[in-house]
Design a protein around this ligand. Structure first.
Ligand SMILES: Nc1nc2c(c(=O)[nH]1)N[C@H]1C(S)=C(S)[C@@H](COP(=O)(O)OP(=O)(O)OC[C@H]3O[C@@H](n4cnc5c(=O)[nH]c(N)nc54)[C@H](O)[C@@H]3O)O[C@H]1N2
Ligand SMILES: Nc1nc2c(c(=O)[nH]1)N[C@H]1C(S)=C(S)[C@@H](COP(=O)(O)OP(=O)(O)OC[C@H]3O[C@@H](n4cnc5c(=O)[nH]c(N)nc54)[C@H](O)[C@@H]3O)O[C@H]1N2
Ligand code: SF4
Ligand SMILES: [Mo]
Length: 677
């Protein structure tokens, strides 16, 4: 029996775990005692999906319409030849690359380097565009950095927690159980704003139950109250911000009474929330997908940032602006430049100095210089024939993207598609080549937790079957395309050392240092830096923090006489993402076997629906049938369905209208009609 300490493969809470290995199998997963001794039901059974018989073991190549087993040599050869010919015929921007918030930093780094330095395109993206892309966009404009400003350890110490559009019980059980509960227990105040009365919204100081898509209104109204009552932090505004006067004029229009009309949150409740948030010793905001997945998600985040600037609750400990990052390594994927706009270290692709830096570091003179397309653009672009090839590592857009009928049409039409995964996913079924990757149990490297803490992933088992690590596969293709010298790494520590040269934020971190000291917060510019748990203590990366006034805009699709209900979507405690992983775990399926429709008793009685009834839910784009769950915890006029279930794919219904800045689809609001089956 041996023991390996690593990090959970699911969410951005980044729980550390001990794997007990016996006779080539992981027989038990235990929480690391020093890490709060906590694992949720997903983490504690994570070995079950990895050791599942459905794992891909050999490459597959499409022949006469069928995916058939093939050798690595043949698969790599085919990919290298096909990618080179598409570039030669249609140019590098005819290809799109999807990396992932679930593979390691080292793998994302290698993949975006491949797209940029070997192929020559900035069409690189990952799930951040479906997720916190709007947070990154707004925070980068307003502060100069898109990352969470504070660390998870601060959460219980904030005198006020303001939780918006975020359901931590389901999404980050560790943060819910060990940090938010602790905060309540210590007597700190909690404010929650959500469309549903979630677990965290029960027994709190203030609960603002808002109509979906109306967050800008009550957030602006909170600022209105703070200014009207003289509760703003004048010293902070004068010394650390700009744009206050213009902001003040805009929020003057957002009286709590006006906000009540639009958002449904009572004016008195908005006033109370404003006073509590503004007058504490330290207030932290934690937000999630209820804020970001809207056509005006970037505006929503500006409205949040404005509140923190107004009260001086950023740039100090136990406060701050915390976009609660979703997948285990989505922060890392952003840091590694797996985005169309930036190289590693958030350095803009359209800055000639940055391009010159990477040309020198990578030893190539053919890097692209214009911003690429987002995944939500390049998948549909396949329909117009502009994108000819897709290379997808560890994502499942055939279930996760909005308006699936269009997405699957696009995946069908694309001329050449490679998918690299652990399983034959819904997306992989459209591929021309499917490559078997090693899982997190079989590889080494780092993940960056949602609060910027870089932690070590350690292999417990040898590769399964003929699977290879994601970085090795990409390096083999690069070598076949004549660029092997750019990827001459012997191990992941080597790759990590290059990451330190690419990004100052990671420069002082190494695998050896984390092994010795434990996880380290970036920015960590030198090997003697202890890392930085709190950002912007002295100044913001852009200098002054910028107030950005925003006006309320309706969601893209409003209910009407026919489609009279608003559908919102989100997470279930027992399943993760597109359920490729959690569907292989018996206990989780038993607890949560299928999708369900949360509906208010008022609406349920209108349609004569009871809990357990089958209900057809239709939008203008498609329909699915789910089981009703009648609950007073959701607003009348609004229904909720978890999005994990490929058998009842809620994304057949969702709207693919995009936030204009971040290109995030509006998966939190669309109009639907329902009928009892
Ligand atoms: N169990 C589980 N955990 C996960 C994941 C998973 O799939 N399963 N995924 C991970 C990932 S990728 C992410 S990004 C995180 C996401 O974690 P969360 O941000 O918690 O995700 P959601 O459940 O999508 O949405 C949060 C809340 O937004 C509310 N909401 C909907 N519309 C609105 C609105 O217009 N305004 C407001 N204020 N609230 C609204 C919903 O009712 C819901 O309670 O979770 C991570 N953790
Ligand atoms: N309606 C609606 N839609 C949504 C959302 C919503 O709230 N509502 N949320 C959105 C959000 S926030 C996100 S982040 C996206 C997530 O969407 P996706 O990222 O597309 O979904 P996942 O199921 O997390 O995909 C992870 C894949 O990686 C594979 N994998 C795991 N480990 C490895 C590895 O080491 N190597 C390789 N090669 N593969 C691996 C898994 O088998 C799985 O197929 O969905 C979005 N879609
Ligand atoms: S809380 Fe998140 S990181 Fe922790 S065990 Fe559960 S899924 Fe894994
Ligand atoms: Mo996410």
């Amino acid at each position: 029996m041996s023991e390996v300490v690593t990090v959970c493969p699911y969410c951005g809470a980044g729980c550390e775990m001990v794997l007990k290995v016996e006779k080539g199998k992981v027989v038990e997963i235990k929480p690391l005692e020093e890490d709060d001794n906590f694992l949720c039901p997903k983490g504690v059974r994570a070995q079950e999906f990895i050791q599942h018989e459905g794992r891909l073991r050999r490459p597959l190549i499409r022949r006469n319409g069928n995916l058939e087993e093939a050798g690595w040599e043949e698969a790599i050869d085919l990919i290298a030849t096909k990618l080179a010919s598409l570039v030669a015929e249609h140019g590098p921007d005819s290809l799109g690359f999807l990396g992932s918030g679930t593979i390691t930093n080292e793998e994302n780094y290698v993949f975006q380097k491949f797209a940029r330095a070997v192929i020559g395109t900035n069409n690189v993206d990952h799930c951040a565009t479906l997720c916190h892309g709007t947070s990154v966009a707004a925070m980068t404009q307003a502060l100069g950095s898109g990352a969470a400003t504070n660390c998870f350890e601060d959460i219980p110490k904030a005198e006020v927690l303001f939780i918006i559009g975020y359901n931590p019980e389901a999404s980050h059980p560790k943060i819910f159980e060990r940090r938010i509960w602790k905060s309540k227990w210590l007597g700190n105040k909690v404010i929650v704003a959500d469309t549903r009365r979630t677990s965290v919204a029960k027994d709190v100081d203030v609960f603002m139950q808002c109509k979906p898509g109306t967050d800008v209104v009550y957030l602006n109204a909170m600022a209105n109250v703070i200014i009207a009552e003289g509760l703003e932090n004048k010293e902070f505004i004068n010394s650390r911000t700009e744009g206050f006067e213009e902001f003040k004029q805009v929020v003057a229009r957002y009286t709590p009474e006006y906000a009540e009309k639009i958002s449904g949150v009572p004016a008195e409740t908005i006033k109370e929330a404003a006073r509590i948030y503004a007058t504490s010793g330290s207030s932290a905001i934690l937000w999630g997908m209820g804020i970001t997945q809207h056509t005006h998600g970037t505006d929503n985040v500006y409205a949040i940032v404005n509140l923190a600037l107004l009260t001086g609750n950023v740039g100090r400990v136990n406060a701050g602006l915390n976009p609660m990052r979703g997948q285990n390594n989505v922060q890392g994927a952003c840091d590694m430049g797996m985005l169309r706009t930036v190289y590693p270290g958030a350095q803009p692709v359209d800055d000639p100095k940055v391009k010159a830096k990477f040309a020198q570091l990578w030893g190539t003179d053919s890097l692209p210089d214009k911003v690429g397309f987002a995944s939500t653009e390049f998948i549909p672009q396949a329909l117009e024939g502009k994108i000819k090839g897709l290379y997808i590592v560890a994502e499942n857009p055939a279930v996760s993207h909005a308006n699936l009928n269009e997405i699957t049409k696009a995946l069908d039409q694309v001329e050449f598609m490679v998918v690299q995964d652990l399983f034959l996913t819904e997306t992989a079924r459209y591929a021309d080549v499917v490559l078997p990757s090693c899982s997190w149990l079989e590889k080494d490297g780092t993940y960056t937790r949602g609060d910027r803490k870089v932690q070590r992933v350690r292999a417990a088992l040898p590769p399964l079957g003929e699977s290879k690590t994601d970085w090795e596969i990409i390096s083999l293709i690069a070598a076949k395309m004549g660029k092997g010298s750019l990827f001459a790494y012997t191990n992941t520590a080597d790759i990590f050392d290059e990451i330190g040269k690419a990004s100052d934020k990671y420069a002082g971190i190494s695998h050896a240092r984390i092994d010795l000291e434990g996880g380290i917060y970036w920015p960590c510019p030198s090997s003697d830096s202890p890392g930085t748990p709190t950002l912007h203590l002295e100044e913001f990366p852009r200098g002054l923090g910028k107030f950005t006034p925003v006006d309320y805009v309706d969601p893209a699709e409003a209910p009407d006489a026919e489609y009279s209900l608003i559908l919102t979507t989100g997470r279930d405690y027992h399943h993760f993402g597109t359920r490729v992983m959690t569907r292989k775990v018996a206990f989780l399926n038993q607890e949560s076997p299928e999708a369900y429709l949360e509906i208010n008793p008022e609406d349920a009685s209108k349609y004569q629906i009871e809990t357990g009834d089958r209900v057809k839910v239709a939008s203008r784009r498609g329909d699915i049938t789910v089981t009703a769950n009648v609950t007073p915890d959701i607003l009348p006029g609004v229904v909720f369905i978890p999005w994990h279930f490929a058998e009842q794919p809620v994304n057949k219904l969702t709207n693919d209208a995009l936030d204009p800045v971040a290109k995030t689809p509006e998966t939190k609001v669309c109009a639907v009609k329902i009928s009892k089956c």
